[in-house]
Design a protein around this ligand. Structure first.
Ligand code: GDP
Ligand code: MG
Length: 597
């Protein structure tokens, strides 16, 4: 296809504003997929994505469209992940296309992820077509939302297309706008090959599938290619496009988006953002702006039943095949036995992986407190990265500790603003900005990532009844007064409950944790002290009193079925418990004890 007849675009939207539904409708209207193969939300492949309504991996589809001017166009849609954890993937996909449809739910208006995503599109120099979706709903208010787009984002929304992705109204106009208002790609056919590696994933039959955008040159089957960042060389055994099923093509030229396979075994060998060129007569310089995505949140994953360790290893290895941004290494804990220390791009990423292990591989997990990476500066001037509070060096050797900070943007209806400010303040936040976007306040806070990783998002949702939207980016490291807090149950330290806390908040956190644990740990035949301590010094304490003998006496005599039922219950309960010294601690204690409220 000649460049003038190609349009490459992505769709940017806040979650639930209708990105996937619109993509489906574009595919359907252009007969890209036979009607019988059309299912709802075609592009959200994985079950978990469907359930949570989020798109995790970027997907892509090539659409043929005959415009009103009678000309035939190729439209390439790249579907980007919608969540902050995958910001780097979003920014790369954006660089692979020239324009974006900005979808805003006309019953809701601009939200935090609308802003985050549209700014990515603006950074990537996109032309942007605003689309007001859900006009079939009575609450739709296009005028107000168009005005808001102009006020808050500062782009012209007078020509915004009014669409119902549900009924199909406005879909033709959207296709026409893509052709008319988005630019054609640029590129030179006889220049050395430069292709951007936009995404990659593992397929059991084909090995790693690499999604590429050709910037310059031509890629053909059978050629030898080189990844410019990693230096690895591969033989291309297949090239093609997604419609959205895979379809082989002879070549991919400038401006085109498609895939290649090259007997690559692991997604780890294909770095998102890398430049692909030919092994011989390749390009001299790679495309700008490559940076590998790195995990920022770490936690331990342990099987509840230690006999399932090998199954867990198997599950983690399989998941890692398809997710290069997830890291893992074996970990042993005195309390939890064998497990893995895993690194994630963010909290959602952590949750998705944990859920998949539990559901798809049917393994009950104990998740230890999520931790960020601290920079520990020794008295000798050396810096070490701390991924796990359990590895904290001797405090006498430490000069100072730095922690990662974020810039958080929160949009919230005015009535909840006070609660949001209080929440941010409680989490050691520093307010950077407070402005209004229509009836909603937009607050920007500088916060320690460690105060956000655990339950900040849940708390935010609960204090605002779900009306707040939230987005963040990492800004850098800063020194603060941080200490490791240990929890001792029956005088034994439970390493899985160790956390890094700010010194000023240690007593409060320690007290809250001990109180929670007191409720969560069942009573035993003996008294159990529960303590929080910083370096040997106890800062909070609770005591769980002993079980009185006559409670168990109930099990004797009495009705036999009732007795068996009680025993069954105990057994089921036991399965979810872990033994620490002489004490059984239920699985949910590890999560609940760390929540702050
Ligand atoms: P995404 O998170 O942006 O991909 O949003 P989805 O496409 O998954 O849509 C979120 C919800 O809004 C789903 O329940 C859709 O059925 C619904 N939805 C999407 N577009 C429309 C529309 O035009 N009208 C109505 N009434 N509902 C819509
Ligand atoms: Mg979606």
């Amino acid at each position: 296809t000649d460049l003038a007849h190609i349009r490459n675009f992505s769709i940017v939207a806040h979650i639930d504003h209708g990105k996937s539904t619109l993509a489906d409708r574009l595919i359907q209207t252009t007969d890209t997929v036979a009607a019988r193969d059309m299912k709802e939300q075609l592009l959200d492949a994985m079950d978990i994505e469907r359930e949570r309504g989020i798109t995790i991996k970027a997907n892509t589809v090539r659409i043929d469209y005959t415009a009103e001017n009678g000309e035939q166009y190729v439209l390439n849609l790249i579907d980007t992940p919608g969540h902050v954890d995958f910001a780097y993937e979003v920014s790369r996909s954006m660089r692979a296309v020239e324009g974006s449809l900005l979808v805003v739910d006309s019953t809701q208006g601009v939200e935090a992820q609308t802003l985050a995503n549209v700014y990515q599109a603006i950074d990537a120099d996109h032309d942007i077509v605003p689309v007001l979706n859900k006009i079939d709903l009575p609450a739709s208010d296009c005028e107000r939302v168009a005005e808001q787009i102009e006020d808050v984002i500062g782009i012209d929304a007078s020509g915004a297309i009014r669409v119902s992705a549900k009924t199909g109204e406005g879909i033709r106009e959207t296709l026409e706008a893509i052709v008319k208002h988005l630019p054609a790609p640029k590129g030179t056919r006889d220049a050395p090959l430069k292709a951007m590696l936009v995404d990659s994933w593992y397929d059991a039959y084909l090995g790693v599938i690499v999604l590429v955008r050709i910037m310059d040159g031509v890629l053909k089957k059978g050629e030898r290619i080189k990844m410019m960042q990693t230096g690895s060389v591969h033989h291309v055994d297949r090239i093609g496009v997604f419609r959205p099923a895979m379809q082989a093509v002879d070549e991919l030229g400038p401006g085109e988006i498609g895939f290649l396979t090259a007997s690559i075994k692991q997604v780890r060998d294909t770095k998102v953002g890398d430049t692909i060129t030919h092994e011989k007569k390749g390009a001299e310089t790679p495309l700008p702006g490559f940076k590998p995505s790195v995990p920022v949140v770490f936690c331990g994953l342990f099987p509840v039943d230690s006999a399932e360790f090998e199954d867990l290893r198997d599950a983690i290895e399989k998941l890692a095949l398809n997710d290069a941004s997830f890291s893992y290494e074996m970990e042993t804990s005195a309390a939890l036995g064998f497990g893995f220390r895993c690194g994630f791009l963010g909290l959602l990423h952590l949750e998705v992986i944990r859920d998949r292990i539990e559901r798809e591989y049917d393994i009950d997990l104990i998740t230890t407190a999520p931790s960020v990476i601290y920079h520990i500066y020794g008295r000798d001037g050396e810096m070490v990265e701390l991924h796990n509070p359990a590895d904290m060096p001797d405090p006498s050797k430490i000069d100072h500790i730095e922690e990662p900070r974020i810039k958080a943007t929160i949009l919230v209806p005015d009535e909840f603003l006070g609660d949001v400010l209080k929440l941010c303040q409680d989490r050691r936040g520093i307010q950077l900005d407070l402005t209004y976007a229509g009836a909603r306040a937009m607050v920007v806070y500088d916060l320690p990532l460690n105060e956000v990783v655990f339950d900040f998002y849940d708390r935010l949702k609960s204090v605002t009844k779900g009306y707040a939207s939230f987005d963040y980016q990492l800004t850098g490291y800063r020194e603060d007064n941080l200490v490791k807090m240990q929890v001792l149950v029956n005088d034994e330290p439970v390493d899985a409950l160790s956390t890094m806390v700010h010194r000023d908040r240690a007593e409060m956190r320690g007290r809250a944790m001990c109180e929670k644990l007191k409720d969560l740990i069942p009573r035993h035949m003996f008294k159990i002290p529960i303590q929080a301590a910083i370096g040997g010094k106890v800062i909070a304490r609770e005591t769980l009193s002993a079980l009185r003998k006559d409670v168990t006496a109930k099990c004797y005599g009495g009705d036999a079925t009732r007795k068996r039922k009680l025993l069954d219950k105990q057994k089921a309960g036991k399965k979810k418990m872990r033994q620490f010294g002489k004490v059984d601690i239920p699985q949910e204690a590890f999560i609940s004890a760390l929540k702050m409220d």
